[in-house]
Design a protein around this ligand. Structure first.
Ligand SMILES: [Zn+2]
Length: 139
């Protein structure tokens, strides 16, 4: 199956650690924080480890492999840039490393989504400093 086209509907304007997260995506890599003390991966970005409280961490490249954890299907226009996509699914993907991302899965109808569906990362570079993550079903 050819990858579906992903056309970003808007560009976020993140700051702080979240800006670092989006910049790594713009550079072509999904990087998540991993605690130096206990090795726990985390997302969204934050200063302290939620597992051990450690304040040392590194941005580490994630595998980009995950499974569908849950989703909701939006049928009403809540945000104009997404109007042409209705109905669309907002999907939570659980990465192999553990953290979950709120994201999109393209190339599959919302009605065909299944819990545990294996998915693979894709990245859309939308500017010098922002990339967006999305996923496709694993083939
Ligand atoms: Zn930790």
């Amino acid at each position: 199956m050819n990858d579906p086209v992903f056309a970003p509907r808007f560009t976020p304007s993140p700051d702080g650690l979240v800006a670092d997260f989006y910049r790594h995506l713009a550079e072509g890599t999904l990087r998540l924080q991993r605690c130096d003390a206990c090795g726990t991966w985390r997302h969204p970005p934050r200063i302290l480890c939620g597992h051990c409280g450690g304040d040392g961490w590194q941005w580490m490249a994630a595998s980009g492999r995950g499974t569908v954890y849950t989703w909701t299907v939006t049928h009403q226009m809540l945000f104009p840039p997404f109007a042409e996509d209705l109905p669309y699914a907002v999907v939570v993907v659980e990465l192999e490393e553990g953290p979950r991302l709120v994201t999109a899965v393209r190339g599959i109808e919302p009605s065909a989504l299944r819990l545990g569906l294996p998915v693979d990362l894709r990245i859309a570079r939308v500017s010098e400093t922002v990339g967006l993550h999305w996923f496709v079903p694993r083939t």
